[in-house]
Design a protein around this ligand. Structure first.
Ligand code: C2E
Ligand code: MG
Ligand code: MG
Ligand code: MG
Length: 283
């Protein structure tokens, strides 16, 4: 009996493996045409000053809606884009689209917000990356200090090169943030060498504050950031008790479903309108 079930397990496993491989191949093929066919869009999620509850910025998050395959998560397709090299083109498209949109919001009279755009390690290390950033900024007339790039700790695998890119970006005038902070393997001495402006604490740490629990680890990460004179942002805040503890620990900026999910440009405009009518952009 055990033999048969083992064999069945193997068949099920290998069928699953095969369908995973097929799905990946299909996505690879479809992703090539996604930009051209207008299947990509950018959603925006507000960042909020925790003390005053005012909106201070928004993160651009790419979305892919395929006519037959439906919504495909960036968690699934960004790694595929990285493997195929398509990330350069997709990343550039997201950056341009978000900069154009952000400038448009400013032009319609909303106060300038800090736009954050995710940049994958591969894109960051591309020889032309800094030139691409500067040309998009001049093309869209977005002020460099209104743009922040979110990179992950994985860039520290190439520390010398990364520091030199970060210095170039600083010279251009854009801000840089370490995304998903605490989940990577960067040592403290490496962190100290990086010319960055912000650390964004990963959601997995914020989850530890659920139902009012305290966390010495989260407190320490926030203090580390503040002592290094960095801005500290918390991602994935879902409850007001989490927000209260974060405030108490000195974290100034937060993002999460408590305030808003990522929403499309039209809905984000409506959100800005609602906040504006209430005055002062307060949540
Ligand atoms: P990330 O940059 O850490 O973005 C935060 C993710 O957490 C987003 O998922 C967001 O929707 C989700 N999130 C925000 N607040 C909450 C919350 O309160 N609760 C929960 N459960 N989730 C929350 P999303 O949009 O699916 O993106 C996932 C990841 O895909 C991003 O993680 C980022 O690493 C990557 N990504 C998304 N857009 C881009 C892009 O344009 N370029 C690159 N290179 N990567 C991107
Ligand atoms: Mg991010
Ligand atoms: Mg993040
Ligand atoms: Mg994250």
């Amino acid at each position: 009996h055990s033999k048969t079930s083992g064999k069945n397990d193997f068949i099920i496993y290998s069928e699953r493996l095969e369908s995973d491989v097929l799905r990946k191949m299909e996505l690879e093929v479809q992703l090539q045409k996604a930009i051209e066919l207008n299947q990509l869009s950018v959603h925006y999620q507000p960042k909020v000053h925790l003390q005053t509850k005012t909106i201070v910025g928004m993160e651009a998050l790419v979305r892919w809606e395929h006519p037959h395959l439906g919504m495909i998560s960036p968690v699934e397709f960004i790694p595929i884009a990285e493997e195929t090299g398509l990330i350069n083109e997709i990343g550039e498209w997201v950056l341009r689209t978000a900069c154009v949109q952000s400038k448009q919001w400013q032009a319609s009279g909303y106060p300038p917000l800090l736009l954050s755009v995710n940049v994958s390690a591969l894109q960051f290390q591309n020889r032309h990356f800094c030139e691409v950033v500067s040309s998009i900024l001049s093309e869209t007339h977005l002020q460099p200090n209104h743009l922040e790039l979110e990179i992950t700790e994985s860039i520290v695998q190439n520390i010398t090169e990364s520091v030199s890119i970060l210095k170039k970006l600083k010279k251009i005038g854009v801000k840089c943030s370490i995304d998903d902070f605490g989940t990577g393997y960067s040592s403290l001495s490496v962190l100290e060498q990086l010319p960055i402006d912000t650390i964004k604490i990963d959601k997995s740490f914020i989850d530890r504050l659920s139902r009012g629990s305290r966390s010495p680890m989260v407190k320490t990460i926030i203090e580390l950031g503040l002592n290094l004179q960095l801005n500290v942002v918390a991602e994935g805040i879902e409850s007001s008790s989490q927000s209260t503890i974060l405030k108490e620990y000195g974290c100034s900026i937060g993002q999460g479903y408590l305030f808003s999910k990522p929403i499309n440009a039209q809905h984000f405009t409506e959100l800005l309108d609602a906040l504006y009518q209430k005055n002062e952009f307060v949540f």
